[in-house]
Design a protein around this ligand. Structure first.
Ligand SMILES: Nc1nc2c(ncn2[C@@H]2O[C@H](COP(=O)(O)OP(=O)(O)OP(=O)(O)O)[C@@H](O)[C@H]2O)c(=O)[nH]1
Ligand SMILES: [Mg+2]
Length: 391
């Protein structure tokens, strides 16, 4: 599957840059392309300058709102991010066609952090306009949710996140939710290592996008997972996870026999990888709420068999009984067996509901404070009403 990737704001741009790097890896390791064009859009010139892989020309790194922000961002005011995006959206949508293999694109992926200003405000606008212009292709979002400490310390965090989520849910075909906090659960030092988080965010997409682009028979599984399967799966609120289990690289001769012990070891490893994919999923949710799901098993051809694929399907069916489940196998890699899982069309996402609820009380609080300020201002105006003005 081939994507045009567009990152908005700082986190969006950096993750788009990571997708560009993923494509370089696919090209050099596997001789295939999974990204037909990678673009970064920001109101902040310095952040655009800090990217590494997206080409450093004005058609790939697009500065918007220069006149309004002087190239310094919108300081977390996502209404301003949306306004600037509305003014410059034609520039953004037009530039996408400059991707050299644009016509091979299967879908668009637009990425932003929900808690900031530029990306959070721009993503619904850009998504909507891409949809209007290139309506024949699906358009997906990746929305990065803030760290807990940001929710606790910055008033606008929850409000920006809620308004961003509500707006994209009306326009995107599917929304991948990625919770920054999930990535610091096991390793708190990651809080200060955003680059590592970004590489963990995009890693699950590698095999998923590559599998359907393989041309060599030895890398095509019994059930190849292609763009069609992914497009059929993706809808509404979506999460993605990835897990792996290492396999012994050197086999002792008795391992070769297809005995019962080997099979159960493979199954065990497969389940272990799927368990990891589910527990490391990009946002905590209840798999039973998924109406669609997909899993991809990737392993050396020798390690793969239909029993294992079926076992994994049964396992996923148990925890997501409502879901239509699609699957694929991808003969690749050495020494590891890995599983990618997507749960989609989630009918409930507790975290999204929380943002909406908390934001509603924030809005009430803001208007109460504003009324107090207005009343005080009235008082001071009243006191000065008989003073002549020099204007
Ligand atoms: N995963 C990840 N999160 C990031 C990154 N950069 C910022 N964030 C998070 O994104 C949110 C802030 O959004 P940004 O993308 O920095 O904001 P912006 O879109 O550039 O908007 P302004 O700077 O306000 O104009 C916060 O929750 C950050 O923790 C990144 O590179 N990766
Ligand atoms: Mg910024």
């Amino acid at each position: 599957m081939k994507l045009v990737v567009i990152g908005l704001g700082q986190s969006g741009s950096r993750i788009a840059d990571e997708f560009a790097r993923l494509n370089n890896r696919a090209r050099s390791q596997r001789k295939i392309e999974i990204v037909t064009g990678a673009f970064a859009v920001n109101t902040d010139a310095a952040d655009l300058g800090g990217l590494q892989t997206i080409k450093a020309d004005y058609q790939r790194r697009v500065l918007i709102g220069g006149r309004k922000t002087g190239g310094h961002g919108v300081g977390k005011i996502n209404e301003l991010g949306a306004e600037i995006a509305r003014e410059d959206v034609d520039k953004i949508v037009d530039v996408l066609r400059s991707a050299p293999r644009f016509y091979e694109t299967d879908a668009f992926m637009v990425i932003a952090g929900a808690a900031g200003g530029t990306g959070s405000g721009a993503i619904p606008i850009v998504t909507q306009h891409i949809k209007e212009r290139y309506g024949d292709k699906p358009i997906y979002n990746i929305i990065v949710l803030p760290f807990e400490h940001e929710e606790a310390n910055e008033e606008r965090t929850i409000y920006n996140t809620a308004t961003c989520l509500k707006s994209v849910s009306a326009v995107a075909d599917a929304i991948f939710l990625v919770d920054n906090q999930r990535y610091v659960r096991k390793d708190f030092s990651l809080k200060n290592n955003i680059a590592k988080i970004n590489s963990l965010v995009v890693e699950p997409f590698y095999n998923l996008l590559c599998a359907g682009e393989e041309k060599k028979a030895k890398h095509i599984g019994a059930k190849m997972l292609d763009a069609g399967d992914i497009i059929q799966t993706l809808s509404g609120w979506t999460v993605i996870g990835y897990g792996q289990a290492s396999l012994p690289l050197i086999r002792l001769p008795f391992w070769r026999s297809r005995n019962f012990r080997k099979k159960s070891t493979e199954t065990h490893k497969g389940i272990q990888a799927m368990d990891e994919a589910l527990s490391e999923i990009s946002l905590r949710c209840n798999p039973a709420d998924a109406s669609r799901a997909i899993y991809l098993l990737s392993a050396p051809a020798k390690e793969m068999n239909m029993d294992l694929v079926k076992e994994l399907g049964d396992y996923l069916r148990d925890i997501a009984p409502q879901a239509i489940i699609r699957n694929g196998d991808y003969p690749r890699e050495r020494g590891v067996l890995d599983v990618t899982v997507i749960l989609s069309e989630l009918s409930d996402v507790e975290k999204v509901r929380q943002y909406y609820n908390e934001s509603a009380s924030f809005i009430r609080e803001v208007s109460r404070k504003q009324e107090q300020v207005d009343a005080k201002l009235k008082g001071i105006e009243e006191a000065g009403k008989d003073i002549p003005s020099l204007l």
